[in-house]
Design a binder for this molecule. Sequence first.
Ligand code: COA
Length: 333
Amino acid sequence: MQSTKLNAQITAVGMYVPDKVLDNKYFEEIVETNDEWIVSRTGIKERRKMENGATSDMAANAILDLLKTTSVKAEEIDVIIVATVTPDMFFPATACLVQDKIGAKNAWGFDLSAACSGFLFALQTGAALIESGRYKKVIVVGSDKMTAISDYTDRNTCILFGDAASAILLEPTEDLSYGLIDTLLYTDGSGKDALNMKGGGSLNPSSHETVDNKMHYIYQDGKAVFKVAVKGMADISYEVMKKNNLESDDIAYLVPHQANLRIIDATANRMGIEKEKVMINIHKYGNTTAATIPSCLTEYYRAGKLKKGDNLILAAFGAGYTWGAAYVKWSLD
Ligand code: COA
């Protein structure tokens, strides 16, 4: 017997950002930089810092925020996927810690590592579990405590990143015109040298030497990443739009990963999408890695700017390299 075809749709959203704000003035005092440079080159004005607690605490808070908005109970969650590059520990998985913290006692889960593309990779993975018909309630949460791996003596990177978490709930729909309609995802490991954290893994186990050589911090060749990120994100967004016969007028919002306002502008230009139709929160939070896209969705939805049936193009580029774009038809009123 042929089983019913299902799509995965987003039925609830939530987010968490820590209270502590690091504005550009803060960085003027610790490295050679200034507010004007940071705003004009990146679009970032502030970012948040998690002072007490880890990635799992932010993820749990984001999911609890989501659960407040739905009748779904923690015990009903089937799967928790945590997209992160800043897990609490190598093991157990952050998903286990989150499962315990929210009391999702019937869930299994795992972490997914795809850096700034983590949310999109996890969205596709969660959607596949729903589409299989086997799971009914999948939480995808992007959570990153980037301040834990930022070198506050390196002006090239420390100004860029912040801490946040944001979650979505995926549930099945038989109406195949809603939910996650299409995704294009890629990896290219030849980009590994441009953006990474070298220390602490099996290649360079933690030692005094790895600490002395600052190998437990983010390393980024900003210029190299900028060039490929602009092309990667713009091309893939255009590709997913064309593949689904969408014109720019058909799109309610571009929801881009928030790494740099100039990368976002280039992507919107390539798609022919005007500024008002681009979700932005980089000025408030900086680059929060796996949390950027769902936090944009949460904030714009809560501001009443999204309506059922809106066509959204989600797009990201990150370390790996990893990149991708997704076409989502919004399901919430
Ligand atoms: N304040 C002041 N000057 C700074 C600075 C800061 N915080 N950071 C770097 N600079 C300096 C550089 O040292 C360089 O000086 P030099 O010419 O004397 O060497 C100069 O500014 C220009 O650096 P450049 O790297 O060309 O700047 P940029 O315009 O490319 O902006 C980034 C730098 C990091 C903002 C940009 O390259 C970027 O966004 N890269 C991609 C980031 C990204 O997307 N990462 C995550 C992928 S998801």
